[in-house]
Design a protein. Structure first.
Length: 485
C-alpha cells in the first residue's frame, strides 16, 4: 500500500515524497482512514511505529479542507504530550507535513519564558502542541480559549499518566467543547489509560499493532552481568572501538547521567547529558548536537525515553535498568525505528536482578546474556575464589591488609620501635606504640615495663584532652595559691 491509496491530498503527498516516505506503516494504514472519516480513535502500537504521522497527516488535511473555517485563525487542534522534547518533535512533524499548506502551529511548554508563546498564539494558530502544565497556565491567565477546538490528541497517554498528569488532563478535557474528534495514542494499555479512553472517546475505532508492551523484532537485545562499580569501565571498553555511530545511554538518576558523561568525555568519547535539572535551552542544544553528530553519546534520564526520534540511532544502552518494566520497551524503542535495525544492551548487577525478571516477564522473551567479557561478574567471582584457595588476599581482606601496611609504614617514618604488632600506630604525644587488636587497647612504655600492671587506654585520647588536663592543673594551682594568701 502507498500513501496515495489513503486519499491524502497532493500537497501532503509532495511533502512526504520530499522526506522519502513512500509506504505507510501498519498503524498509519489503519489510523489515517479512520481519522479522515471523522471517527474517534484509540490506537495502541509499539514505540517507533509512526504514530505521530498517523494523526498529524489527517489533522493537517482536515484543517486545510475547511473544518469550521468561519472562525478564521482560531485554534482548531490540540495535541497534548508528556514532555517538552516530544512537543518540539511533534511541532517539527506538523511543519514538515504541512510545508506546502497555509498552516500555523505553536509549541507550548514550560521551562522557558511564555512571552514568545503568547505572541505566537495572538497572531493566530491552527494547531497547538502543548504539555499539560504550561497549557493550564495560559488558560488560567485567559490567554487561550479552548471552545474552538475540533480535534484533540493525547499522545503517549500512558507516559502522561505515569508522570502524574492525570488531574491536569481531566481538567483540560473538561474545558473542551462536546462536539470534537478525539484521539488517544499509547504504547501500552494499563488500566488508567483504559479508564481515560472510556471517559473521553465516543464509539472509537480501535487500532492495535503488535501486542501491547512487545519489542520490535528489528532490535537486537542483549545484557551484560557486571558489578556496579565496573559499569563505567565496561561502557568505556565497549565504546572504545568506535563501531557505534550514535549511542543513547539511559541512567536512573540525574547525578548518574552527569557522572557517566564526564567519565566518557575523560576517555576521549564525546558525550553530553540531558535531564530535568538542565534548562530547556541547554537540553535542546544537547539534543541538537547529538542529532547533528557533534557528539557521539547522549546520556539521558527517562525524560528522553518517549517519542524522541533520532534518525540513525544505532545503539541504546541501559546503564541502569528502569524501575518500571514498561519503560524498558520505550527506552530501546529509540532505535530500530521505521524498519531500520538497532542494538540495545543492558547492564545488570546483583541488586537489579529482580528488575530483569519483571522486564522479561513483560516482553515474554528471555534476553541473551553476553558472557566472557573482561568485567563479567562470574569471572571476577571465580578469580576471588581462586585467590582464597591459594591463600591470596582478595576483596575486603586485601583492602584491610593494604591499609595496615600503610599505617605501619607511617609508624616507621615517625620512629616507632621495631617488633610492634601488625596493625598499629605510633603516638607522637606519648612516644609509644598503640596496638589495636580489639576494642580495648593496652599501652606499654617499653619492653622493661612489659610485666608491669597494664592500664586501659582510650583510643580517642588526643591533644585536646591533654590541653584540657593541663588547664585543669593550672586552675588547681591557682586556687591553692589563693588559699595560702
Amino acid at each position: 500500500m502507498t500513501f496515495q491509496k489513503l486519499n491524502i491530498i497532493e500537497p501532503i503527498l509532495e511533502a512526504l515524497k520530499q522526506e522519502g516516505y513512500q509506504t505507510p506503516t501498519p498503524v498509519q494504514q489503519q489510523a489515517i482512514p479512520a481519522i479522515l472519516q471523522g471517527k474517534d480513535l484509540w490506537a495502541c502500537a509499539q514505540t517507533g511505529t509512526g504514530k505521530t504521522a498517523a494523526f498529524a497527516i489527517p489533522i493537517i488535511q482536515k484543517i486545510h479542507q475547511g473544518a469550521r473555517t468561519d472562525r478564521g485563525k482560531m485554534v482548531k487542534a490540540l495535541i497534548l504530550t508528556p514532555t517538552r522534547e516530544l512537543a518540539i518533535q511533534i511541532g517539527e512533524s506538523f511543519a514538515t507535513y504541512g510545508r506546502h499548506l497555509n498552516l500555523e502551529h505553536c509549541v507550548v511548554f514550560g521551562g522557558i519564558a511564555q512571552k514568545y508563546q503568547i505572541e505566537r498564539i495572538k497572531c493566530g494558530v491552527d494547531v497547538i502542541i502543548a504539555t499539560p502544565g504550561r497549557l493550564l497556565d495560559l488558560i488560567n491567565q485567559n490567554l487561550l480559549v479552548m471552545k474552538s477546538i475540533d480535534f484533540v490528541v493525547l499522545d503517549e497517554a500512558d507516559r502522561m499518566l505515569d508522570m502524574g498528569f492525570a488531574h491536569e488532563v481531566k481538567r483540560i478535557c473538561a474545558l473542551l467543547p462536546q462536539k470534537k474528534q478525539s484521539m488517544l495514542f499509547s504504547a501500552t494499555l494499563p488500566k488508567a489509560v483504559v479508564d481515560l479512553a472510556s471517559s473521553i472517546l465516543r464509539s472509537p475505532a480501535k487500532v492495535e499493532v503488535n501486542p501491547s508492551a512487545s519489542t520490535a523484532d528489528t532490535i537486537e537485545q542483549s545484557l551484560y552481568y557486571v558489578e556496579k562499580n565496573n559499569k563505567i569501565n565496561l561502557l568505556v571498553s565497549l565504546l572504545k572501538d568506535g563501531e557505534q555511530d550514535s549511542v543513547l545511554v539511559f541512567s536512573r538518576t540525574k547525578h548518574g547521567a552527569d557522572k557517566i558523561a564526564r567519565a566518557l568525555s575523560s576517555s576521549n568519547i564525546p558525550a553530553e547529558a540531558i535531564h530535568g535539572n538542565k534548562s530547556q535551552i541547554a537540553r535542546q542544544t544537547t539534543l541538537n548536537n547529538f542529532k547533528n553528530r557533534k557528539i557521539r553519546v547522549l546520556v539521558a534520564t527517562d525524560v528522553a525515553a518517549r517519542g524522541i526520534d533520532i534518525e540513525g540511532l544505532t545503539h541504546v544502552v541501559n546503564f541502569d535498568l528502569p524501575e518500571v518494566a514498561e519503560t524498558y520497551v520505550h527506552r530501546i524503542g529509540r532505535t530500530g525505528r521505521a524498519g531500520l535495525s538497532g542494538t540495545a544492551f543492558s547492564f545488570v548487577d546483583s541488586e537489579q536482578a529482580y528488575l530483569l525478571k519483571n522486564i522479561e516477564r513483560l516482553i515474554v522473551k528471555q534476553i541473551p546474556v553476553i558472557e566472557g567479557h573482561r568485567y563479567d561478574e562470574k569471572i571476577i567471582n571465580a578469580e576471588k575464589s581462586k585467590g582464597t584457595e591459594t591463600g591470596e588476599l582478595t576483596g575486603e581482606d586485601f583492602r584491610r591488609q593494604k591499609r595496615a601496611n600503610q599505617l605501619n609504614l607511617r609508624a616507621e617514618k615517625r620512629g616507632a620501635p621495631e617488633g610492634r604488632p601488625q596493625r598499629s600506630t605510633y603516638s607522637r604525644t606519648r612516644g609509644e606504640v598503640r596496638s589495636r587488636p580489639s576494642n580495648t587497647v593496652y599501652v606499654t612504655k617499653d619492653a622493661a615495663s612489659a610485666e608491669a600492671p597494664r592500664r586501659s587506654f582510650n583510643p580517642n585520647f588526643n591533644k585536646s584532652n591533654q590541653r584540657t588536663e593541663a588547664s585543669r592543673n593550672r586552675s588547681t594551682r591557682d586556687m591553692s595559691s589563693r588559699g595560702k594568701r
